[in-house]
Structures are given as structure tokens and as C-alpha cells.
Design a protein around this ligand. Sequence first.
Ligand SMILES: *Cc1c(COP(=O)(O)O)cnc(C)c1O
Length: 235
Amino acid sequence: MADIQRNLRDTLACVEQSQTAPQTGLLCVLQARLVAVSKTKPVGSIQAAYDIGQRHFGENYLQELVEKSRQLSQDICWHYIGQLQTNKCKALAEVPNLWAVETIDSVKRARALNTACQHRPTPLNIFVQVNTSQEENKGGIPVAEAETLCRYVLDDCPQLHLLGLMTIGSVEHSGRIPNPDFQLMAKLQADLSRTLGRDLELSMGMSHDYQHALKMGATNVRVGSSIFGARAPKV
Ligand SMILES: *Cc1c(COP(=O)(O)O)cnc(C)c1O
């Protein structure tokens, strides 16, 4: 637990440092948000991070999120970062302290989540997930269709609040500097912020590349293993 707290402090320091690089976006005055990705990790690990002030946590699996949200403090801000299935939207929307869904990648899923959020007191934050690497197996909407989906959320989903764009990026690109996925997202963010007339956030960067992502304009980074330790491989 002491390790987790030390890792978290180190990560936060890195986030702050990387942010001192000159930024071009309109959001440069904001402190970037660190989402501690706690998938597969026990509630004790989350509590250790919580105890030193961390509030934003990310989960990929619905059942795990539901259980953890019941066991932990209600002032945690949960981010759902797993693939979204339309038939799971209702259960997801029932998590009272769900703060954002980062993986909206089709009109169908936006519509399903909007309907599922009917009874929430305030609109739910969402990110439109973009597939920047054109990999078949990656979630995300093609770059060329991102604007249409953003407009759909803005015009037809009153229960959703469009916060920004998200990408996972390809493993292949992840070691490259500058990372072509991040470059593409920074351009898309600038273009869409202009055409939609609102500032969009950028969720990109994970343990191995979040510092680079911040330099490229990320406002939301999702960091798991470098805070909580390596995850056991999926069985
Ligand atoms: C697991 C996961 C992360 C965190 O990955 P790490 O490499 O452990 O930092 C970030 N984003 C998404 C979408 C994930 O599934």
C-alpha cells in the first residue's frame, strides 16, 4: 500500500511537470486530470490511493465497477473505460457516482446510454472514442465520422454531456515520438473544437506514454500499472 501511495505521488509529480511544457490548446490553464486505472485491483489498493487524495478512478468491467462503487466512498468519480455494450448501459447508468463514460463510439451506443441516463439528476460526461490507428480489433469510431457522432450527442442526447475525445492508440505507435495517434488526436481536437464551437478535452496516454501524451495536449490521462503495479494476465 505504501508502494501505491509513492507511485501515485510520483505520477502526479510527472503530470505536473509534463504540463509545464508550452501548450497550444484552449484548455492549457487546466490541470490535467489523472485517472487511476484500478481494473482487476482490490478495493484496498483503491482505498490506499483515495487516502492520499486521489478521486478519479477508471474501470473496464461493469460488474467490477458496480461492486467497487458499492464498497467504496461515494465521492469517488468513476470513469468507465471498457467497451460499452448497449444491453449493459442501464446497469452502468445506475452507478450513482459514475463520472464519465469514455468509450462512446457509435450513435447506437450513445442513444442507448442517453436512454439509460433518463433518471440521473445531471447529464453524464462522455468522451467520444476515436480509432486513430485503424485497427479492426480496437474500439472507436473512424476519425472521419467523429464529428457526426459528436453532433449527435450534442443535439440528440440531452442526458449526456460531451466532454471530449478519447483514444487508446496502437501498441505499434506507442513507442514513437511524436506518437502519430496523439498528433492526429490533437489536430482532431482543434478542428472539432472550432467547428462545434466548444472546447473539447483529450483523453489519451497510459502508463508508458502519458507524459508524452500530456506534452501533446492530453487533459485526461489513464494510468494503471505504474500506480497499482502490473496486472495478472487475463485468464
Ligand atoms: C487498462 C487501461 C489503461 C491503463 O493501462 P496501463 O498501461 O496499466 O496504464 C488505460 N486505458 C484503457 C482504456 C485501459 O483499458
